[in-house]
Write a protein that binds this ligand. Structure first.
Ligand SMILES: [Cu+2]
Length: 241
């Protein structure tokens, strides 16, 4: 016997909330919150909200679903701030990491597939010692519980079409190797007014940028002996103007 459609829809809606996981589905720019997956490539977990575990998967590039419609490309000025609304909250511990990739020759933000060593990192967050719950010192993360995240597009990048990739890496149970949870999305942007004086470097590729046994992905954040200032965010160093 088939389950009533209404029940299945209800379960699909309720389960992700119950799981407490999160997606980055609305772009925020100049006070506007765009509709779901507008200028953002629809993600594989847009219904389930499940994390991605397999960092050797090509899904690591943009977390995108198969056969998505083109979500459009938003024109943004270099130096402006762009955000993503978080559907849910960032309820896990771990760094928030931002990358960009310029469209290769002959491609656009809409047609590039994100392959190859084209990704440069523009920001990342690191943990610090929190004061709660006292008296046990523990990792605290800047975007813990965040419902929005924001990033400034570097002023000095060359104008052009780019993917902007947001990624949250949850490492609350990463004391088990491979139990890092990845959440993220890519926005399609056309950057104007870029000074063009900066040359982004170095480049990483997905998959390939991360190893499951590297120190930032295989550690016990609940151990007091782990020093937050020694935490090594996965991937290349941050490039700045
Ligand atoms: Cu989780």
């Amino acid at each position: 016997m088939l389950a009533p459609l209404g029940l299945m829809v209800a379960l699909a809606t309720v389960v992700p909330t119950a799981m407490g996981h999160y997606t980055f589905q609305n772009l925020l720019y100049k006070g506007v919150k765009f509709p779901d997956y507008t200028f953002i490539r629809r993600t594989f977990n847009h219904i389930s909200h499940f994390p991605l575990f397999d960092l050797n998967s090509t899904t690591m590039r943009c977390f995108e679903d198969e056969n998505i419609p083109n979500p459009g490309t938003l024109t943004v000025k270099a130096g402006d701030t762009v955000g993503f609304n978080v559907d849910g909250r960032i309820i896990h511990e771990g760094p928030l990491v931002w990358y960009m990739a310029r469209a290769p020759t002959g491609k656009t933000a809409a047609t590039m597939d994100g392959s190859g060593p084209i990704w440069f990192k523009i920001n990342q967050t690191t943990p610090y010692i929190g004061t709660t719950p006292a008296p046990i010192e523990r990792f605290t993360w800047p975007h813990y519980n965040a419902t929005e995240v924001h990033i400034q597009i570097p002023k000095c990048i060359p104008s052009g079409e780019y993917l902007l990739r947001v990624e949250h890496i949850a490492i609350h149970i990463a004391f088990l190797e491979g139990q890092h949870e990845f959440f993220g999305a890519c926005a399609q942007l056309k950057i104007t007014n870029g000074l063009g004086t900066g040359a982004p470097w170095p480049f990483a590729q997905f998959p390939g940028a991360y190893r499951t046994d590297e120190p930032g992905l295989f550690l016990n954040v609940h151990d007091n002996w782990v020093q937050p200032d020694r935490y090594q965010v996965p991937g290349p160093p941050v490039w700045t103007c």
